[in-house]
Design a protein around this ligand. Sequence first.
Ligand code: DON
Length: 319
Amino acid sequence: IAQVKKGPDPLTLQEKRIKDILKEAYDKYKNDQSGTNADYIPELAKVDPELFGIVVVTVGGKRYGVGDIDYTFSIQSISKVFTLAHVLQEMGSEAILDKLGAEATGMPFNSVMAVELQPGRVGNPFVNAGAMATTSLVSGKDQTEKWDRIQAYYSDFAGEPLAVITSVYKSESKTNQHNQAMAKLLASYGKMYDEPATVVDRYTKQCAIGVNTKQLAVMGATLAAGGVNPYTGKQLLSPEEIPKILSLMLTAGLYDYSGTWSYRTGLPAKSGVGGGILAVIPGKGAIAAFSPRLDQAGNSVRAQKAIAHISKELGANIF
Ligand code: DON
């Protein structure tokens, strides 16, 4: 922790303001009913759409929260950030560029056309094609070990054990034919680095990991703090890999709405169809927000609005 806390924790300096700003954002958007729950994973359609929670965690470990911050939801695509972190740490950033790529596709997150337009293009680690390719690169002597490493790594980021939400995992396993097809398609281009069916299963499981907004914010604060978990002090990846992850979050974290998001907020962020969004303020902290109703691209409406409001009030735009 000492190595990341070079001076006073800049967000903590605004302690009173942060509490007020969170409350403001919550009150401003708690009645916003635009968007709809994801329903292509049937279990996600059942989640109460009114749930809404926001948490800020600073690099110094201060936490501020409002709303349903203890509710556990599936991490979904936000998992892609942490599997990427694991693989980056194991393989280095040039291998990521070579095997996965770093270009935004400008297309929906599960687009087959994005793969076919430049045949075999994986895109980046945050679209489903690239994320499954990333998951296929996790090392281990067998499938059990590969999975255990993912789960343990995510848990280290949260600073406490995280578990799969079985109902979500089962629900998506029954309905993920599209991802199965895409994994095979990638394999046909030599872009799956493990057996496709087992990769899709591992990927589906990682998406079904349960987190609450507090845990998610700690995961983000760990990225903000140069890879050191602010609570456990554990270094989870080298600080020089962090900008690689954050740059991808900035350009591809909210899928085909990533450009608009970056334009409005100037903050690296990643969304998931479970309703969570995690934004990282480098060197300062992270904002996690959760509410199930999504826009057309698959990003939580309230979470986007709340984070945009908070980031503006805190002057968190990195540019
Ligand atoms: O693979 C899928 O479709 C989901 N498990 C995750 C997609 C997702 O979260 C995209 N998010 N906005």
